[in-house]
Design a binder for this molecule. Sequence first.
Ligand code: DQA
Length: 151
Amino acid sequence: MQHMNSVSILVMNGPNLSRLGKREPEVYGKRTLDDINRGLAESFPDVSFEFFQSEDEGALLEKLFHCEDHGGYRGVVLNAGALTHYSIALRDAISAVSIPVIEVHLSNIYAREEFRRTSVISEVCQGVISGFGPNSYHLGVRGLLVMLEES
Ligand code: DQA
């Protein structure tokens, strides 16, 4: 829902996150991405959200650039999925924009397989939240709002 003078935030999800609810529920939980997005909209009625998911790295980069150039967005909450661990293109895109990006993960990537313990995007994100399930997104939005208030 649009609110006058509300803060606009993009919540962006990368590959395989469209499968939440069905995908490895023992790791990622039973809630779908729609459930999570609905929960965010309900919890933060004063925020104007856009939700975007793509399986495609290029589409995520283009969305980020669109937000930077046209959107009026104040920040991005990003779960980049597996791209987190290897996408230098995504890292460079985050570096290239001035809007703050908060990295979030449902699972605690530091308590999982070795290859997940490296994030190539953390260094260029404003903050990282990992391991709180769907609440990682809530904490990401909350952190972003606090950061914006203080800036
Ligand atoms: C994830 C963790 C990644 O390692 C994985 O590739 C995902 C989801 C998470 O939210 O816990 O797709 O980003």
